[in-house]
Design a protein around this ligand. Sequence first.
Ligand SMILES: CC(C)(COP(=O)(O)OP(=O)(O)OC[C@H]1O[C@@H](n2cnc3c(N)ncnc32)[C@H](O)[C@@H]1OP(=O)(O)O)[C@@H](O)C(=O)NCCC(=O)NCCS
Length: 270
Amino acid sequence: MIPSVRPAVLEDVPSIARLFLESFDPDLHPFLTQAQRGASRFMSLPFLYPHMHGHHRVYVVTISGRIAGYADFRLMSSGQGFLSYLAVASWARGRGLASSLIHKFLSAEPMTTLTLDVFTSNVAANALYEKIGFSHGPVTTWATRELPEATVPEAIGAFSVQQAAFDTYGFSEFLTESGSSPERFGRIGHRVLRCFNTSTFENDRQLARVRASFPQMKIAFGTFDSNTMPAVPHEVIVRSERRVLTVSPQANPSGPSSETKLETQYHDED
Ligand SMILES: CC(C)(COP(=O)(O)OP(=O)(O)OC[C@H]1O[C@@H](n2cnc3c(N)ncnc32)[C@H](O)[C@@H]1OP(=O)(O)O)[C@@H](O)C(=O)NCCC(=O)NCCS
């Protein structure tokens, strides 16, 4: 059977959510918003409210009608694309499907660059991106630390709204209300507190207060580049690298629906 790539539709979301989950090491699930229990609901949003997600492009590749892989792209400003995630089911790997998903996006959109983040330890994905021609870029470190003991509960802005988001999707964001300026945090599942910068990750006093607001929280989590690594003791869980593909003008000479120069080989014997 010849694989076929098409834009994703709402009905594909459960398969996409399953592929996402299956493609990650379970040890990383606690730190991924889209691995939480409301992931399918969250992934449905671009299909339910397309007018709010005009920059979003999701493609699936099917074999005999069965979803074998998907890729989730964003259109950034001025011809820049971002590949948010790409996964092929284990039973369908090694047949050129990931390449065909990237090829489809580049031939449909007049891109000058395509950027992505990939774990440095991901041999298959790095080989794929190397083959296509993505350059190497800066490395980001994912790190965790145990939260300090809870003290006085932090005041949480719009508490009930963030709680509704948390109950729906399994993750949420909030702003603290004490102190001179609000600080932004995220909740990923019940145990993980997402810190968006080094100073909040290092701030024992504030972390202890946030933990008191959400008593099941145990771990602070953040992503840092080499210049912003936290000074407090932490555990490195994984590293990702930013990689960029410069798309040659010949690759998409007339924009949408033209062919790219990326080779797409289907090795399907069915
Ligand atoms: C990475 C992944 C998407 C590749 O999908 P795929 O459909 O098997 O990839 P393709 O068949 O298009 O491979 C194209 C090229 O990538 C390289 N490649 C792919 N898988 C490889 C592997 N396991 N080992 C070494 N090279 C590999 C090869 O150069 C291959 O070309 P070749 O078949 O001519 O040798 C797939 O393994 C996957 O879903 N992994 C889990 C999720 C993931 O890591 N996603 C990437 C997130 S950044």
